[in-house]
Design a protein around this ligand. Structure first.
Ligand SMILES: [Zn+2]
Length: 275
């Protein structure tokens, strides 16, 4: 899944390669996928894009946005974005293929679910997108300790930390992937209630959000995800499918995998206490 670190890495890589490339044609929804979400009719994508010049990519929360003259391309969730140095390298099945005049290409495929949007700038009212654009990034100064405190409200008290971090777009870019390592670094259990945090717990969570996301971006994304060239990221995840059943580097307890709120959680039973 594309979350904040992966979006940051993709944006960096895209901006080295695609700006100023001219689009020859686009093919959207060629391979049917139940959970590939498009804006409007994907059959109209090529008409929106052909002949236009690729601009800069920017990260919006955990989304990758590319300006293409007056049109915006937006990728989110489980989209695998790849660059292809030649048309022969493009995948047979894809949910979006963009061919450039120089006979290179970019493809997007969807694993479980993902968004592939293409729309004239200013016309996308999707609340996730708007929240991602408006709220401060945890990697900027605007995301202050004071701002973070403001996210704790009477109705968030009963939420678990996983729910607090991963729902309602409180902090765009944080999803069920990166929150596992954030909570491990803060030594907090995913099922712990926010009401039980206290000031020291909030401090720990705040600094773990910044430090963990910073390390993930600096490392080139998580090692469970792939970049624009299909390579895994260089940040070694501490709490993920890669480490389940392995000893915790801090205390030696075995990393546990659980199911919680419709997804997996990974935690160290020694370092992260629920209560
Ligand atoms: Zn431990």
């Amino acid at each position: 899944m594309i979350e904040l670190p992966e979006a940051a890495v993709l944006v960096r890589q895209l901006n080295r390669i695609v700006p100023s490339k001219v689009i020859r044609r686009a093919v959207a929804a060629q391979s049917p996928h139940k959970f590939a979400w498009y804006t409007g009719d994907p059959a109209g994508y090529s008409a929106l894009l052909a002949g236009k010049t690729m601009g800069q990519a920017v990260r919006q929360g955990g989304m990758v946005e590319i300006q293409v003259e007056g049109v915006v391309l937006l990728f989110s969730d489980g989209v695998n974005l790849r660059f292809h140095p030649s048309l022969e390298d493009t995948p047979l099945k894809h949910q979006l293929l963009i061919e450039f005049e120089d006979s290179t290409a970019m493809s997007a495929t969807v694993s479980m679910y993902g968004g592939l949007s293409c729309f004239p700038r200013g016309t996308n009212e999707n609340p996730y997108y708007l929240a991602a654009r408006e709220k401060p990034s945890p990697l900027t100064e605007d995301f202050s300790r004071e701002y973070f405190s403001g996210l704790f409200l009477p109705d968030t008290e009963k939420l678990s930390l996983k729910a607090f971090l991963a729902t309602q777009q409180r902090i765009p870019g944080i999803g069920n992937g990166v929150l596992q390592d954030i909570l491990y670094q803060a030594r907090l259990h995913p099922k712990m209630k926010t009401a039980a945090l206290g000031d020291s717990g909030r401090d720990a969570l705040f600094s773990a959000i910044q430090s963990t996301l910073g390390e993930m971006v600096d490392g080139g994304g998580r090692d469970t995800e792939r970049d624009l060239f299909g390579n895994p990221g260089g940040y070694p995840t501490q709490m993920s499918k890669n480490t389940a059943g392995q000893p915790c580097p801090a205390c030696g307890s075995l990393v546990q995998k659980g199911n919680y709120m419709g997804g997996s959680i990974y935690f160290c039973p020694g370092c992260q206490k629920e209560g």
